[in-house]
Design a protein around this ligand. Structure first.
Ligand code: DMJ
Length: 647
């Protein structure tokens, strides 16, 4: 039997020794045991020596690096252009004293002097900076910012232009002169108030989001992030344009061209940025035809798109414009998104798809609509909270005021803006309004119609200032309502307008509180101290204007004028307009904020109320929830990119 071949790890076979070859010659077998032991010891010592030499002798390469000294360690290096680099000691070591050694010394010396020069320069710069005043430093920072903005503009200019689309040029952007000199006088007064609000912001808050009219400086809230995005400028543009304040409009346009930049590390509210910025820019574009507004609206919209990257496609409430990371408000029920926020994107997003040919915007909002259509609704009502991860409702609270309001408004306006072809939106609106009437709308003991809030199966008999917009919405939706109920909805609009007027009339300042009750003998008055403030909100005046357009009942102009006078008397300060903390106090304190929506909405609706109806007629224009007018899209048989079928 032959011995089996050995198989080393390499797999190559080692031939087995031939039979007999493994044996030592016979005479060697005769060596004595002590000699064998000595030989074994010598062999062991030799192996140990070799082993030690292999593992313990110093590493030559390390030794050489040690010889190089400090400069050979990796040194972060800043070159003359301020670019960071790494300086490595890649020198080669040669024998001492030779030409190589000489070159090595030279290299080392030049490296040392470069480092010394860098240090000197850094020290010098630091010394100069310390010598500069704050103003000089600020100016330097501004110059640097301008340089970056210029570079960005260069990049934008290099971007391919947006595709040309037929831009609707509906009539009705005339100056709306009311004809009657007494009405014209009132309208002029409102224009003067706009100028005071704008000029004050121009002087004290330019570029900031809003103005603190008493402190006379810029103001911002977390809805705009921490960045100066000129919210007041963007929000006010179309009002300036309509009022014929063209120098001011051009000033705003120049600021936008030179400064409005969305590549900022700011976490903003998707809803607020959509209704104020995208809505404002689109309206400015349609009114003036200036391409810059369209381009900026599209740039901004792209930055909002990452907010839709949720498991359901229901967007986050907030998104970081730079990183695209989204999240929801900490206060929202069970991590939910808010109905009035994710449900108030449709108008602007449809226009974005129309103007760019990019179907993404349209698809995002239609996806939201489809998802909502599939969901069970408690009592036919839409809860204010929806979790974007699970697609489930949060708390069963329903409101036509804060957290719910403009969702209903946009259903109706989607239909109007589509030239009444989007019948799905109209049907959804009608169904929602029917449930609202059944569960939320009641009459008070003295006969005031109010819209309460639904909280887990109970009706809270409280109405918010925000809810007052619904009077105008019901009137706007009257025409086209099912079952010949147009008269009913116009009447409902009038009743809400009346109730909201009462909420103003029952205060000392003749300005409405933030919320008012219909409970325990109270009618249309605020109870809690923290509901008594007025922050220049537009909703009541918005409803007066719609009611005026549909009825021409002079009482709406009269009520609008009462509100104008009250604002001018109690909210006007030398540095602009401010909200007040208590409308029941004859000596109110100011909140020191001039909200951007005061210029976008409150003053615009007042101006429209005292203008003729051909200024922005309602069959050609639909106002977004921030009062930015967008034209009705008469698409005929054409479809929007991304829509599945002909409409
Ligand atoms: C505005 O920003 C919009 O009207 C929004 O829909 C709700 N409220 C404020 C003004 O009150």
């Amino acid at each position: 039997m032959t011995a089996p071949a050995l198989l080393p790890p390499s797999g190559r076979r080692i031939p087995a020794p031939a039979p007999g070859a493994a044996s030592f010659p016979h005479h060697r077998a005769t060596l004595r045991l002590s000699e064998k032991f000595i030989l074994l010891l010598i062999l062991g010592a030799f192996i140990t020596l070799c082993f030690g030499a292999f593992f313990f002798l110093p590493d030559g390469s390390k030794h050489k690096r040690f010889d190089l000294g400090l400069e050979d360690v990796l040194i972060p290096h800043v070159d003359g252009m301020g670019r960071a680099g790494r300086q490595s000691g890649a020198h080669v070591i040669h024998g001492e004293g030779g030409p190589h050694e000489h070159r090595h010394r030279q290299e080392e010396e030049s490296l040392r002097s470069r480092i010394r020069a860098d240090h000197e320069r850094a020290l010098q710069e630091a010394r100069e900076k310390l010598r500069k005043s704050r103003e000089e430093l600020r100016a330097e920072i501004q110059t640097e910012k301008n340089r970056v903005a210029q570079r960005l503009r260069g990049r934008e200019a290099a971007a391919p232009p947006l595709p040309p689309v037929p831009v609707p040029r509906p009539g009705g952007v005339d100056d709306g002169d009311p004809g009657d000199p007494r009405v014209r006088e009132k309208r002029d007064k409102i224009r003067e108030m706009m100028k005071h609000a704008w000029d004050s912001y121009r002087q004290y808050g330019w570029g900031h989001n809003e103005l603190k009219p008493l402190a006379r400086k810029g103001h911002s809230t977390n809805i705009f992030g921490n960045s100066q995005m000129g919210a007041t400028i963007v929000d006010a543009l179309d009002t300036l344009f309509m009022m014929g304040l063209h120098d001011e409009f051009r000033d705003g346009q120049a600021w936008i061209e030179q400064n409005l930049d969305f590549s900022v590390n700011a976490e903003v509210s998707v809803f607020e940025v959509n209704i104020r910025f995208i809505g404002g820019l689109l309206a400015a574009y349609y009114l003036s035809g200036q391409e810059v507004f369209k381009a900026k609206a599209v740039q901004l919209a792209e930055k909002l798109l990452p907010a839709f990257n949720t498991p359901t496609g229901i967007p986050w409430a907030m998104v970081n414009l730079k990183s695209g990371v989204g999240r929801n408000w900490g206060w929202a029920s069970a991590g939910s998104s808010i109905l009035a926020e994710f449900g108030t994107l449709h108008m602007e997003f449809v226009h974005l798809t129309y103007l760019t040919g990019n179907p993404a915007y349209y698809q995002k909002v239609m996806h939201i609509r489809k998802l909502l259509a599939k969901m069970e609704r408690p009592n036919g009502l839409y809860p204010n909270y929806l979790n974007p991860r699970t697609g489930r409702w949060g708390q069963h609270h329903t409101s036509v005021g804060g957290l719910g309001d403009s969702f209903y408004e946009y259903l109706l306006k989607a239909w109007l803006m589509s030239d009444k072809t989007d019948t799905e939106a109209r049907k959804t609106y009608d169904d929602a309004v029917e449930a609202i009437e059944r569960h939320l709308i009641r009459k008070s003991n003295s006969g005031l119609t109010f819209i309460g809030e639904w909280k887990n199966g109970h009706l809270e008999r409280k109405m918010g200032h925000l809810t007052c917009f619904a009077g105008g919405m019901f009137a706007l939706g009257a025409d086209g309502s099912p079952g010949d109920k147009a008269g009913h909805y116009l009447q409902l609009g009038a009743e809400i307008a009346h109730t909201c007027h009462e909420s103003y009339d029952r205060t000392v300042l003749k300005l409405g509180p933030e919320a008012f009750k219909f409970d325990s003998g109270l009618e249309a008055v605020a109870v809690r101290q923290n509901e008594k403030y007025y922050i220049l909100r537009p909703e009541v005046i918005e409803t007066y204007w719609y009611m005026w357009r549909f009825t021409h009942d002079p009482k709406y102009r009269q009520w609008g004028w009462e509100a104008t006078q009250a604002i001018d008397r109690y909210c006007r300060v030398s540095g602009g307009f401010s909200g007040v903390k208590d409308v029941y106090s004859s000596n109110p304190t100011y909140d020191d904020v001039q909200q951007s929506f005061f210029l976008a909405e409150t003053l615009k609706y007042l101006y429209l109320l005292f203008s003729s109806d051909d200024l922005l007629p309602l069959d050609s224009w639909v106002f977004n929830t921030e009062a930015h007018p967008l034209p009705v899209l008469h698409l005929g048989n054409a479809t929007l990119p991304g829509s599945e079928s002909r409409r």
